[in-house]
Design a protein around this ligand. Structure first.
Ligand SMILES: [Zn+2]
Length: 251
């Protein structure tokens, strides 16, 4: 059963594997058209396991429903053997799809972690998104939350940094100049009227995600010397002596 995965998470959490830095960092955009797109322009196509097996699943579900007897339920009698068999078949088909999806998420997460020292991705509220009726099926099918769990687990295991960043405007903002360039979901290319930057929509988003990731990590030592962050020390070092006290007071 799929429960095995959860057990594995719990047991392996302290297991770390010694690896060499790859010298690579990546920002990834989770998409519907693609499963993921990164800031370098690599895309991993969406496998859409559920959509592909939807017909089969529906057929199995109909067969199951046909064999269901409401009168038996009322009389508190068990359903027919055929009903239980059909129910079993339907459940097995579902399980197969969910296993395929989990395996896929694990494989992609593994390859992302193995080839990067830092991975930035969007901190998406998947539950909130699934409430959108049109997107629901695709989003559930994409398995983003499973992917993210694997990413964070494998990142811990192999010593890669994983950063979830706020997703606001990652696809709207220009990754080159920072200006907001409004576009609808169907606009696939980012064309910036401010700086002329042209890039695939998802790649532009992935660059924004990586930038955001880099600006939120890597400042562990900032407050190590006390209350004054080192960039503020830098600011007062750059300014002339007169304003030094003033700046210190401001902070
Ligand atoms: Zn721009």
């Amino acid at each position: 059963m799929s429960r095995g995965y959860y057990a594995q998470f719990a047991i392996d959490i302290d297991l770390k594997v010694e690896t060499q830095p790859t010298g690579q960092i990546v920002g990834i955009d989770l998409g519907l058209k693609y499963f993921i797109a990164d800031n370098k322009g690599n895309v991993e196509q969406s496998p859409q396991f559920y959509r592909k097996s939807e017909k089969q699943l529906n057929r199995a579900n109909r067969k199951k429903s046909k064999k269901y007897d409401a009168k038996k339920k009322k009389a508190k009698q068990p359903q027919s053997t055929n009903y239980y068999k059909a129910r079993e078949r339907y459940a097995r088909k579902h399980l197969r799809v969910s296993r395929q999806r989990k395996e896929y998420c694990k494989r992609v997460a593994h390859s992302v972690i193995q080839s990067n020292d830092l991975v930035a991705y969007e901190d998406l509220n998947v539950k909130g998104l699934v409430r959108h009726r049109h997107l629901a099926k695709s989003i559930s099918d994409a398995g983003w939350s499973t992917f993210r769990s694997w990413l964070e687990y494998l990142g811990h295991k192999y010593g890669s940094v994983t950063v979830a960043v706020p997703p606001h405007n990652t696809s709207q903002n220009c990754s080159n100049c920072g200006e907001k360039v409004k576009k609808s979901l169907s606009t696939r290319t980012h064309v910036c009227p401010h700086c002329g930057f042209v890039e695939d929509r998802d790649v532009n988003a992935a660059i924004n995600i990586l930038k955001r990731g880099l600006s939120t990590v890597g400042h562990t030592g900032t407050y190590a010397w006390g209350d004054l962050p080192s960039w503020a020390v830098g600011a007062s070092l750059l300014s002339n002596g007169e304003s030094m006290n003033q700046e210190s007071q401001c902070l």
